[in-house]
Design a protein around this ligand. Sequence first.
Ligand code: SF4
Ligand code: SF4
Length: 123
Amino acid sequence: MFKDIKYTLLSMITVFKHLFKPAVTLEYPEKKLKVNEYFRGKPVVKQNCSKCGTCMKVCPSGAIKIQDNDFIIDLKKCIFCGNCTYYCPKQAIKMSEDYELATSDKENLKLIYKIGGENEHNI
Ligand code: SF4
Ligand code: SF4
């Protein structure tokens, strides 16, 4: 009985301590989180990619495929390790700040970048 009262009081004290502090959560999606510069979001490929294939070799999960002018990243396989960006000799691939990757269609998880052409995914 006394234990219950003690824990109820303790939890109330905790609630009151945080009542007048600013909120630590955001009203997503109206407000979006500003991620730090080291955040690893959706990988994006730039036009200066030379199709050397280094990123494909260092990708631990086989998420990258290069077919003709298509540079394909399968987000179902990508583990967001950033290896492809560290080893690219042209700095042509980078991890963006885009973390809004949820989808109900798994086809949307296949990113197809057109190398040497315009594409909505390219930066
Ligand atoms: S992104 Fe970089 S490492 Fe990958 S194929 Fe293009 S130039 Fe080579
Ligand atoms: S971030 Fe890692 S897993 Fe994803 S494509 Fe690059 S190397 Fe592969």
